[in-house]
Write a new protein. Sequence first.
Length: 437
Amino acid sequence: MTTVSAEEQCPCSPTIAHSDLRAPGRRLKVLVSAYACEPGKGSEPYVGWNLPLQLSYHHEIWVLTRSNNRECIEAELQRNPQPGLHIAYLDLPRWASFWKKGRRGIHLYYFLWQVRAFFVARRLHREVGFDVTHHLTFGMDWLPSLLAFLPIPFVWGPIIGAQSVSTPFRRRFARGEKIRENIRTWVRQLSWFDPFMHSVARRTALAMASGSEIGDRLRRMGCRNVMIYPSIGLSGREVSRFAALKNQNCNDKVRFLYVGNLYAFRAVSSALAAFAQIQRRSPNVEFWIVGDGPERQRLMDQSGESSLTGAVKFWGARPRHEVLQLLAACDVLLYPCLRGAISMACLEAMAAGLPVICLDLGGVALQVSEETGTKVPAVSPEQLVRDLMLAMGRLAGDQELRRRLGETAEKRVQSEFTWDAKAQHISECYRQAVVTV
């Protein structure tokens, strides 16, 4: 393992001839840009750390990341050294850190960080001679990566994108939520007219999209080679840990579980309305809601108005170890999110042998198959409640179906969503990108 700052140098190595890169055992030299990269964190920092770590078993990986990730990364590498992983740290001047506070200005800071990262990457390329470069995090379809302008093949993604909630659902949001969704939509639409974005797309050897909608957008922008590929995974240790959680609900109640922040676009209100109809006919069902957010009080009021006080439990935000205990005590995961490309909650529930009810949208629809759960269309608010009710009723009344879907879900995670499986696949994508450009 090697760590360098923006001012330090990496050892020089000769560039490998393309004919040699076809050899299966050849270790490529890959530069990965991972603004978000931190062991032990979730979401994009989780992807930014775990994927390069696993790829370093196949290739020599240099990771370009922020300086404030250094402490966590070096502590982890001290415990578990990885010779094939090299870290280069850089950050903007101290005065610019003002923009990183909360969500205020973070995307401006991120873009400026990328500008500096390009010049550091260009110098590292002269010294190391990379075979391919890969922009990993942030994975956005509305902010470009300057690494595309290095004279080597460029891999972009997996791109999560900035999907928008469709108009029929947005109309029912509270005023503040509606304004935020509108702004999100406008920003994404404006990025379409950014010539810089289209230039990056045309220079991309391989773009990985976390959902089909994002893939279509990348193709229209000019990406020649687009692969639909969800970005998240689990380590072998995590897969074993979740497998040990299954079948721990000894209660005669069938429990539905939601885990996540409580925002309007999560559509927990629709799931609650559907559950109310199920509970009237089948009193042996419960709905546990884990998480917090601006919608919590409104959801609690909705639960009271539907006389669901005894059947619905709001757990609030809980530490991770408690969330896992709650997961083990439930039978079905509900994930009715109206936008969003990926879901760790769905992946973890599947690894624990739970069937999933989700919407047929984004990357989540790629994670969940008809053999592991139910994907519900989202056309209108009324239709969504009706179809969620049918899906919940079907699973609540059929224990054998829940068991069968849960077992298939667990196997699907083990075969397709481990970091090892993902790293092997992306490793071959690197080779193809290099020899075909």
